[in-house]
Write a protein that binds this ligand. Structure first.
Ligand SMILES: [Fe+2]
Ligand SMILES: [Fe+2]
Length: 318
């Protein structure tokens, strides 16, 4: 009961600070953020708290917010001063901490960066950023697309939202906060490396299927991305004889080139007893049995991470 009274008082304070319209906006942000939180398995309690207080710093117009922030000695960067619209987020994080007694740093940061985003945004920061951008009453060009994207790919939706914001500010000749640019670069970089990882997985599947079709066996797939810059993966397999080793290599090259993946380097040791196919990110070694035993390549890469080729639907036999 005491808890409910305390909570009710906090809500009353919040409504009297930000007004009923903005409070209702916050409720819609809660609803949107919780829906996203469920899709992406977020901590719903944190999501609700961050969404409820995200705009608690909007306690007047931009000038008033700036004035109060200065009075409260809130540290504002030169960037913040050039983008006064953003200052309510800094005041918000301050009020959330000292007036509403929010203690969780992640929640406070989600409030602090809900308008600009930033480099290294946390998962919660992303959810609050996009929920604020897409809550159901938001209605501006491009918001529908971001709303749909947010349910399928959080980072992609944030990237689109940031791009929209940057283009909008540019068109109005308004200053773009550095945190917004940093957020864009950060998410863009992450997305690119995610796409690269996805493509590598597709390439591995193509390679393995091509080798398996020509009866390669005893596959050993090693993830060496963390221990070497030579490649991301080493794929080692055996062939019954030199002719078969060549057939495996030819099939791999053919199937990879069908997917427009060019080979960097090809080498056939000891007349097909050991064939190497270097695709930069993946290096394939095809051995006839005696050579494989002799060189025992897998021993060199013991620190790598073994990957089960059955993950790619390939039956492995030795
Ligand atoms: Fe806001
Ligand atoms: Fe908001």
């Amino acid at each position: 009961m005491v808890y409910i009274d305390k909570m009710n008082n906090k809500i009353k304070d919040l409504i009297s600070d930000i007004g009923i319209d903005r409070y209702n906006h916050s409720l819609r942000v809660i609803e949107t953020a919780v829906d996203l939180g469920k899709i992406y398995n977020a901590d719903i309690k944190k999501v609700k708290e961050a969404a409820l207080y995200h705009d608690c710093g909007k306690i007047g117009n931009t000038d008033e917010v700036m004035k109060i922030s200065i009075e409260k000695n809130i540290k504002l960067t030169e960037e913040d001063k050039k983008s006064p619209e953003v200052v309510h987020t800094k005041l918000g994080a301050y009020l959330a901490k000292y007036k509403y007694h929010v203690t969780d740093e992640d929640v406070l940061n989600a409030i602090k960066y809900h308008t600009t985003g930033r480099a290294d945004m946390s998962f919660l920061e992303k959810i609050i950023y996009i929920a604020d951008y897409t809550e159901p009453k938001r209605d501006f060009p491009g918001v529908k697309k971001v709303r749909e994207e947010s349910k399928k790919n959080l980072d992609k939706s944030i990237l689109t939202a940031l791009k929209n914001t940057i283009n909008y500010l540019k068109s109005k000749n308004e200053y773009i906060h550095k945190d917004t640019i940093n957020a864009y670069n950060f998410i863009n970089e992450n997305r690119r490396s995610d796409i690269l990882k996805e493509n590598t997985q597709k390439d591995l599947k193509t390679l393995l299927e091509a080798a398996s079709d020509k009866k390669a066996y005893n596959f050993k797939l090693i993830d060496i991305s963390k221990i070497s810059s030579i490649a991301d993966y080493f794929l080692i397999c055996s062939a019954g004889n030199t002719k078969q080793a060549e057939a495996i290599a030819d099939n791999i090259v053919e199937k990879m080139s069908e997917k427009k993946i060019k080979i960097n380097h090809k080498e056939g040791y000891r007349s097909g007893k050991w064939i190497l196919l270097d695709y930069n990110h993946i290096v394939v070694h095809i051995f006839v049995k005696e050579e494989r035993d002799k060189y025992n390549l897998e021993k060199i890469w013991l620190d790598g991470k073994d990957i089960d080729v059955e993950n790619f639907g390939i039956e492995n036999w030795s």
